[in-house]
Design a binder for this molecule. Sequence first.
Ligand code: SUG
Length: 446
Amino acid sequence: MQAREANFDGLVGPTHNYAGLSFGNVASQTNEKSIANPLAAAKQGLRKMKQLADLGFLQAVLPPQERPSLRLLRELGFTGSDARVMERAAKEAPELLAAASSASAMWTANAATVSPSADTADARVHFTPANLTSKLHRAIEHEATRRTLSAIFADERRFVVHEALPGTPALGDEGAANHTRFCNDYARRGVEFFVYGRSEYRRGQEPVRYPARQTFEASRAVAQRHGLADEATVYAQQNPEVIDAGVFHNDVIAVGNRETLFCHERAFVDQSAVYDRLKAQLSVLGAGLNVIEVPDARVSVGDAVSSYLFNSQLLTKPDGHDVLVVPRECRENPSVAAYLDDLVSAGGPIEEMLVFDLRESMKNGGGPACLRLRVVLNEAEQAAVARGVWIDDALFKRLDAWIGKHYRDRLTPADLADPALLAQSHAALDELTQILGLGSLYDFQR
Ligand code: SUG
């Protein structure tokens, strides 16, 4: 049976804002308190989905989460009516109201780690929602993520949606942003590549300035519960120096697909040994690895972080050619633009480049690859996915109109205290579950 990669992009939620919540994520810190445009943010993301669907890629959408999270604020001791809870939080702890209001679930590369059925012991597709313990505003995502994934991948004969790993520093898990799968044919077994920032128990190098969000122990636990074969699993440590330069997830310094790994020369600890391990395991499966390593002399780590060159999507078109989906910032950075021109004209596996304006998400450190969760599915699995989430012309038009009807074009940190924002957000999400055919997904609907 044939298999293909589907991309599930996060739809930006109505509370998208810049709260400076992510220490170690340079864009989030730099843009703290700037004015956000949720309407533009959602339309930019939706346009990417539409254009990729038009090119023949399998493209689906994941809904936003319920924000502000009144549940979090109540758990933290704020009581009274919803309006009173928001008012008190805004006055006494605006940082907690901001954490409860973040639209961060849009970055679905952090929603879960996904292993295709060709790789798993029970031949089902496995999902582990990421616990995202490193940041409060993200640690509140996994329960709703699990509910959403269970609604979309409901057929238990084909799909397993696990609970997130226990939320503790030793098991910090950031999902697919630190996970890549290599293979020569999506339908056949591949090698799953897990990149971690530190180990809790095997003491080694660690970043000193910024946190390492993913642990080795978490990566290994995900591989184990997904039933991956040891001989088809590779672990590598991210270079702590680049974490300290703002590379808070591996997908800010590397991207891979099928038999290609595109990465910076300073991405990993002991980089050549990492390539050797990947090549050795892939060769047993009859596959190869083509490494496109970008030298520091051409693109510095600083330029990689500000342009998000490696947060690109490496996609294989139906005709077999590879396309690199990059954010506009890559064209605006002279060394990155020059590097990309050379790459595309070099006659290698990447033949084409697609440029998208994702400025609103980029200003919070979320590029094209952050906005999507990859799910490799064979034909029977594709048919078992909830029907309403696949992007086609009709769904694009409905979502575009829905955004226009419900979203504000301006949101400041002070606006987060506005109880009308809660009402608007509920009205929007209530209508969205009908559009996507997902039933009662949200707490406020139950
Ligand atoms: O977790 N930014 C996100 C960006 C996630 C990007 N994802 C990947 N690289 N896969 C984060 O740091 C900023 C929110 C704010 O500051 O308002 C934020 O959460």
